[in-house]
Design a protein around this ligand. Structure first.
Ligand SMILES: [Zn+2]
Length: 284
């Protein structure tokens, strides 16, 4: 699953290139999209904005029509100058939005629909989403709702903090890489139930999450696909980008203990942690 910073960065890049431009080309392999586009043509509309909401990417067109896509596991948005060669095969194209000088291509995007703003607001996937960690980063100036996040964590007191962090209904934006990295940085044992966390620990986890997601949004290149170059250690050596994720069996960069890994949660995502640095149920 792409991390929130990947979607956010994709949205920001698409926004920079597309906002204010007129659509000259719209294609999709999904009949439901092309049927709506036949009734209410997309070509000729202005692209008003591209934004991220949790792991949904929203392209808003003039005349109250919004293209909502969700990348799920393998989807990605690319943007190319018109006429440039694509880096993915054309058969992977699911939806395409073109202007006179650029084309945005959604590859293997399994979930796409066209909605009015009213329909989007009432959409069950969108209503269920927890507040977005990147809400007030960059250009998307809605305020981050910390109190609501804390309330939603409170409803999942029996869940392990590692599982709760991945639950987009509690807080939107964290994927499996950041989950492990954030808990390492907070010094928290990933299997601690939310209700057993020490006073202030959740606030600290939220602070670290926002800082890590934001700095990964700001510092990285224009790649819109699955992330590479994600970095939490601030080390320059590209082999030392992450603290624990993907490092099972290797020594902790901080204390030398052997990094552990274990499959957890409903979809058996791997969690990585240092048994020494993450002993506590409180935050450092
Ligand atoms: Zn350690």
């Amino acid at each position: 699953m792409p991390e929130g910073d990947t979607i956010f960065r994709a949205a920001r890049t698409l926004h920079r290139v597309l906002a204010g431009k007129t659509v000259t080309r719209f294609e999709s392999v999904y009949p439901a999209l092309t049927r709506i586009a036949d009734d209410r043509p997309i070509v000729g509309r202005t692209i008003e904005s591209v934004s991220a909401r949790g792991k949904h990417l929203l392209i808003a067109f003039s005349g109250d029509l919004i293209l909502r896509t969700h990348m799920r596991m393998n989807g990605s948005w690319h943007i190319y100058p018109t006429g440039a060669r694509w880096r993915r095969p054309a058969c992977d194209m699911r939806v395409l939005v073109g202007t006179h000088d650029a084309v945005a291509v959604g590859f293997n995007v399994p979930d796409a629909e066209l909605l009015t703003a009213h329909e989007l607001a009432r959409h069950k996937h969108m209503q269920a989403l927890g507040p977005d960690l990147l809400a007030d980063a960059g250009t998307h100036a809605s305020l981050f709702d910390r109190a609501e996040v804390l309330r939603r964590f409170g409803d999942h007191g029996r869940d392990a903090i590692a599982d709760a962090l991945l639950n987009q209904r509690i807080v939107a934006g964290i994927g499996n890489v950041f989950k492990s990295e954030i808990l390492f940085l907070a010094g928290i044992d990933p299997f601690t139930p939310v209700s057993a966390l020490a006073e202030g620990a959740l606030d600290r986890v939220i602070d670290i999450s926002r800082r890590q997601l934001a700095s990964n949004v700001m510092s990285r290149s224009q790649t819109l696909g699955p992330a590479f170059g994600r970095r939490t250690t601030r080390r320059l050596d590209p082999r030392e980008k992450l603290w624990v994720y993907g490092r099972g069996g290797k020594p902790c960069r901080q204390c030398g203990a052997v990094i552990q890994s274990k499959k957890t949660g409903l979809d058996a995502r791997l969690t990585y942690w240092c048994p020494e640095c993450q002993r506590s149920s409180s935050a450092r």
